[in-house]
Ligand binder design. Structure first.
Ligand code: ADP
Length: 457
């Protein structure tokens, strides 16, 4: 197996080199074609010039002589082409020997373009529109290139090769940098996922990327790690909380029963009542745990119908009348007038929600404290606010209070409870597509806001 960085580099380098070579081949082909076309145009011009020259000679000499135009022979020899002058009956007047050209070309080290095939073209020479003779121009290549021409072509090709090498080197360097940019976050996420799967939930990636998907990937793995870490902590806490919750009443029962058996405590009604209360508390804890379990296993069936939240709140508040009185709590209920608060829900379950939250407010509010309950509408939602000026919740406890068996440290020692109420509240609200939010300042009170979707909206 290869690392992503190696594989990416190889792919980018291979693609770049392939593209560069292809590009170089096209450039080379285009340059050669253009150059050959240019040379063949020059050759055509040369042929025209030669024909015109012989036409003038004919005109001047008023016919052909044995030496007509022989002075061109030297130029032809130097230009590596062969001339043969023919009269109108195609009988040779004079002509050059192609083998001398071949010899000359090999002397000039132009073997490369000497294909060995002798090509000749015959052009008519005219005087007053009448053909008076022919000139044959022959050469050992379709296009004759001089040494300079060949050097020029070689120079261009050399430059193309140098550009290919330089560009390929640049592509290699760039591909290594780019592949690092891509692979670093992926590698880091992969390393972290290995760490997470090994149970090291503290691992997180600090690699930044300006590529949206890669940045999302690193952020998500970090969030996942943080969540797993929190879950792990809560799980550990849950186990220790459950054993603590169970051990406490059992210890009380055991100690008291042993003391009674040993005759240290008398077996009277008071003591039996006390022990019975502990057993009841213990039973409640188990009941709550089993209710929570039902919610988590999604065993709970809801009896959904249209219900009025104001009705539920009024009924719950009246049930707490005695408790409120005994703590002398100033209780204010404010239901928005001339409004209906109809929601689709299970009456008993929603009642349980308000019982839990209002009972918490009473539990965590000192004697002579205040509790405000209000029901109103805002932005198409029905909102229920339960606020108290009790002990409040520590900032670090706020994100956890809806977790199973989570209890703020203060409440653990001072107030009775088992940290399941709000977990059940949250589950019930979830089944009703409703939300709950909490805000609090330690020592100043807490405020819970429940938001429901109004029926028909
Ligand atoms: P319990 O009340 O049985 O401990 P809950 O799940 O109902 O369990 O509440 C979890 C924790 O949230 C409580 O232990 C307490 O720390 C905190 N809490 C809930 N409501 C309030 C409130 N009104 N004021 C202060 N703390 C609260």
């Amino acid at each position: 197996m290869q690392s992503i960085r190696k594989r990416l580099s190889i792919i980018i380098i291979a693609c770049s080199i392939f593209a560069i070579i292809l590009c170089a081949l096209f450039v080379n082909l285009a340059v050669n074609n253009t150059f050959n076309k240019y040379m063949s145009d020059i050759q055509k011009q040369r042929n025209n010039r030669i024909v015109q020259y012989f036409e003038q000679i004919y005109k001047k000499d008023k016919g052909w002589q044995q030496t007509s135009g022989e002075e061109l022979m030297h130029e032809a020899y130097m230009g590596n082409y062969c001339l043969t002058l023919l009269d109108e009956n195609k009988h040779a007047i004079w002509g050059m020997n192609p083998s001398t050209i071949k010899q000359n070309m090999s002397n000039m080290m132009m073997k490369s373009q000497n294909s060995g095939v002798y090509i000749s073209n015959t052009f008519p020479i005219k005087n007053n529109g009448k053909i008076v003779g022919y000139i044959t121009i022959g050469q050992y290549s379709s296009v004759i290139l001089s040494k300079q021409d060949i050097d020029f072509k070689l120079e261009i090709n050399k430059n193309i090769v140098i550009s290919v090498i330089v560009t390929a080197l640049a592509a290699i360097v760039i591909s290594i940098i780019i592949s690092k940019q891509f692979s670093a976050p992926i590698k880091s996420v992969s390393d972290i996922s290995v760490e997470l799967s090994n149970g090291n939930y503290s691992a997180n990636s600090n690699i930044k990327s300006n590529i949206v998907e890669l940045s999302n990937l690193t952020e998500s793995i970090n969030t996942l790690g943080a969540k797993l870490k929190k879950e792990d902590e809560l799980r550990r806490r849950l186990v220790s909380d459950i054993s603590h919750e169970i051990r406490t009443p059992l210890n009380v029962l055991q100690n008291n029963l042993e003391a009674m058996i040993d005759g240290i405590f008398p077996v009277d009604e008071n003591r039996l009542n006390y022990l019975n209360n502990e057993v009841i508390r213990f039973g409640k804890l188990l009941d709550n745990l089993s209710t929570l379990n039902d919610f988590e296993d999604e065993k709970v069936k809801l009896n959904m119908k249209v219900i009025s939240l104001d009705e539920i709140i009024l009924s719950v508040c009246s049930e707490f009348y005695i408790e409120l009185k005994s703590k002398n709590i100033d209780f204010m209920l404010d239901v928005e007038k001339n409004e209906e608060f109809k929601v689709m829900g299970d009456y008993n379950k929603l009642k349980e929600v308000f019982i839990n939250i209002i009972s918490n407010a009473i539990k965590f509010t000192d004697i002579n404290g205040k509790i405000w309950v209000s029901l109103y509408k805002d932005k198409g939602k029905i909102l229920a606010k339960i606020k108290d000026n009790g002990i409040g919740i520590k900032e670090e406890d706020l994100p956890n209070i809806f977790e199973r068996l989570y209890r703020g440290d203060k409440s653990r020692h001072k107030v009775e409870g088992n940290g399941i109420g709000l977990t059940i509240v949250k589950r019930i609200l979830l089944l009703h597509s409703a939300n709950i939010s909490v805000s609090s300042e330690e020592g100043k009170g807490a405020e819970f806001i429940l938001s429901f979707k109004e029926v028909g909206k």
